[in-house]
Design a protein around this ligand. Structure first.
Ligand SMILES: Cc1cc2nc3c(=O)[nH]c(=O)nc-3n(C[C@H](O)[C@H](O)[C@H](O)COP(=O)(O)O)c2cc1C
Length: 332
């Protein structure tokens, strides 16, 4: 079967890891904790990833954000994403992932945040591919030695800026050094999260690499995902901002890909799902912090609901689960 004849919703093999489907949840700092990942899985996410975790913090034994590393109860396949600039530190950090038994380790080569970039990590690695290669090799070695040889994956950008588009070279370096999958956020570091992603880069990479290429950038609806799979031939798509407060996008996309249509999830179920997420997060980090963290998410859950703007004015002040329940009583 040629790629063009394959169904758009299809299985993906990442090294020795077999996934039933190709709808992935992207790592998103401040959002993709295990409470959120667990609801995405309930709605059909086939592969999930933690947000970026500092390799330096991990080897200093920082317990502060340990819950970020933990698997959700219903999570069957997840990756832990590490960032760092020192291959030895990345190796040591990857060794320390053994107690968490992730199905893959992902290396961040895309974060544009100055705090990360100025240490030579994240998207700064797009400017230092020899270092990037040593990091991928080091993490691959750690996986072989301590993690049961789980796949190593990388998440790159198109390049540093429009004058240095080098995703081809970065992907080649990653694969040469042991990466089993390349996710491409098809924006440059200079773009941050603005402007549009250049899906031609995803198509180009997918046509060149033997390992699966995952497309990221501007997936805000099931139709976007369908179009990316069709137009680029990528193996899988990765929802990021499109999934925030909208874990339903996984089920809707699968339905669109398999049947040509989907039923939008009704408002009460959307809100209920927000509460499921809130309660799980509260169990991890306490009610107070969880309520604050979930404000932005609940704003997203109420998008498209009639009277949503007025609700959001109140939601941004909610401090307790009870307050959320009072504000959203009409939907419960
Ligand atoms: C708030 C925010 C946090 C993010 N955190 C991470 C991260 O921790 N690791 C990572 O590889 N990418 C991260 N990303 C990038 C996303 O995974 C994704 O590649 C990007 O948002 C493009 O997809 P989109 O246009 O569909 O949102 C983040 C994006 C946003 C908006």
């Amino acid at each position: 079967m040629t790629d063009a004849e394959k169904p758009l919703y299809r299985s993906v093999s990442i090294g020795s890891l077999e996934l039933e489907g190709n709808l992935f949840l992207a790592p998103v700092a401040g959002y993709s904790d295990r409470a959120f990942r667990s609801v995405c899985i309930e709605f059909g996410a086939n592969f999930t990833c933690t947000e970026l975790i500092s390799s330096e913090a991990l080897i200093r034994d920082s317990k502060k954000s340990e819950y970020l590393l933990l698997r959700a109860e219903n999570e069957r396949a997840y990756a832990i994403q590490l960032f760092g600039s020192d291959p030895e530190v990345m190796y040591q950090a990857a060794l320390r992932l053994a107690p968490y038994h992730p199905e893959a380790v992902d290396i961040n080569c895309g974060c544009p945040v100055p705090k990360v970039v100025k240490t030579g990590a994240g998207s700064a690695l797009m400017k230092d591919l020899p270092r990037f290669g040593r990091i991928v090799a080091a993490v691959t070695r750690a996986s072989r030695e301590a993690l049961g040889n789980v796949p190593v994956t990388v998440k790159i950008r198109s390049g540093w800026d429009e004058h240095s588009i080098n995703y081809r070279e970065a992907a080649a370096v990653a694969v040469e050094n042991g990466a089993d999958l390349v996710a491409l956020h098809a924006r440059t570091r200079a773009q941050g999260y603005s402007g549009s992603a250049n899906w031609d880069h995803i198509a180009d990479l997918a046509s060149r690499l033997k390992v699966p290429v995952v497309g990221s950038g501007d997936l805000f609806s099931p139709e976007d995902a369908q179009r990316m799979l069709k137009e680029t031939g990528c193996a899988a798509v990765m929802f990021a901002r499109g999934a925030m407060g909208n874990p339903f996008i996984f089920a809707e996309t699968r339905s669109l890909l398999e049947t040509g249509t989907y039923e939008p999830v009704p408002a009460p179920q959307r809100i209920q799902t927000g509460f499921t997420q809130l309660k799980r997060l509260a169990a991890d980090i306490g009610e107070h912090l969880a309520c604050r963290e979930m404000r932005k998410q609940f704003c997203a859950y109420t998008k498209g609901i009639s009277g949503g703007a007025a609700l959001r004015n109140e939601l941004v002040h909610a401090e307790t689960i009870l307050q959320y329940q009072n504000i959203l009583a009409d939907y419960l």
